[in-house]
Design a protein around this ligand. Structure first.
Ligand code: ASP
Length: 331
């Protein structure tokens, strides 16, 4: 086989369970994430050699629960720089599952390239019986090497499905089938070398996005939840700490306890931006629905979950966007 004509894919490793190691092959929960290096991950998948020529980089070795905004800046810039090279056709990022949806959406909004960017991960450490990482990695590289993946925004290849970074979320703490795109479903599938898309993403992303990672520090944006008997202590502490934006993981359709609402109204008087999302995990938050955003001065997150709404709000504040509802309606 003449491999010199294969697409050249950069695999950027950041850690996660896909790079996890346990002392015992029967362990799928007690292990250390982010310890196995990218070369070893690639060595476990000899079939990659017939799909792509691989350029590998170890960007980080972390459990993705510890993802930082500084690492997001590094990763977004590195992905963009690699995609700007003529000799790179696509990028795969290996990541932990815990914050994968946040990193994926961040890249979806900041990487200005139509070349494929695909994130993948694993629910079982690399040392486990029936580890899912090797096949997920092969599938991710297969998607990144596919012409059909170009212009689809940042994708997540996981358990044979292809999801949009915009909609995907982790929905199980243990199942190998851990990711879903609630309401919208997967974009397509990848299996045995075949990549098939069944729909495309309609909202702007990558080349059509107006956002960039900040040149310096990220704005402080935090998430607070509404629940029975919630107090205003957290909101008041955040305002005192200089928070710029608060995303509410509201009950139901982004509704908020009266105590929390009063605290947020007071926070907005200090210039804090408030975005209403939902803790439910599916559905949308209607502007002027369960709360009157026009009267309160808040913004509705629409179909973005609180974690993705936080990513968009940080980027919008960085860009100095004034009409925040516009970007939440648009992206
Ligand atoms: N805690 C791990 C991580 O996010 C979980 C995983 O990768 O599945 O890095």
């Amino acid at each position: 086989m003449n491999t010199s004509s294969l697409p050249r894919i950069a695999v950027l490793a950041t850690g996660g369970t896909i790079a996890g190691q346990a002392g015992d092959a029967s362990k799928t929960a007690g292990y250390k994430a982010g310890v196995v290096g990218v070369d070893k991950l690639l060595d476990a998948v000899p079939a990659l050699g017939s799909v792509a020529r691989i350029h590998a980089e170890q960007i980080a070795s972390i459990d993705s629960k510890d993802m930082s905004a500084a690492l997001w800046t590094t990763l977004s810039r590195r992905v963009a720089a690699l995609l700007a090279q003529d000799d790179i056709d696509g990028v795969v990022v290996t990541h932990g599952t815990d914050t994968l949806e946040e990193t994926a959406y961040l890249l979806h909004l900041t990487v200005k390239s139509a070349k494929p960017v695909v994130l993948t991960a694993a629910m079982r450490p690399s040392t486990a019986l029936s580890a899912d990482g090797p096949l997920n990695l092969l599938n991710a590289v297969t998607v990144a090497a596919s012409k059909d993946a170009a212009g689809q925004g940042v994708l997540v290849a996981f358990n044979n499905q292809i999801h949009s970074a915009r909609d995907v979320t982790k929905t199980s703490t243990y199942a190998v089938d851990a990711f879903r795109s609630p309401e919208t479903g997967a974009l397509g599938f990848v299996q045995d070398g075949r990549v098939e898309f069944q729909r495309t993403v309609v909202r702007p992303h990558t080349v059509a996005s107006e956002f960039d990672v900040p040149a310096g520090q990220w704005p402080m944006v935090e998430i607070v939840a509404s629940y029975a008997d919630v107090s205003r202590v957290v909101v008041d502490a955040l305002v005192a700490a200089g928070v710029k934006g608060i995303v509410v993981a509201g009950t139901g359709n982004g509704s908020m306890h009266a105590t929390l609402t009063q605290a947020l109204v007071d926070a907005m008087k200090h210039g804090v931006v408030v975005v209403r999302a939902s803790r439910v995990g599916a559905g949308h938050v209607m502007r002027n629905g369960a709360a009157n955003d026009d009267a309160l001065g808040s913004v509705s997150a629409g179909t973005l979950n609180p974690y993705k709404a936080r990513v968009l709000l940080m980027l919008a504040l960085t860009s100095g966007v004034k009409d925040l509802q516009r970007v939440f309606d648009m992206y």
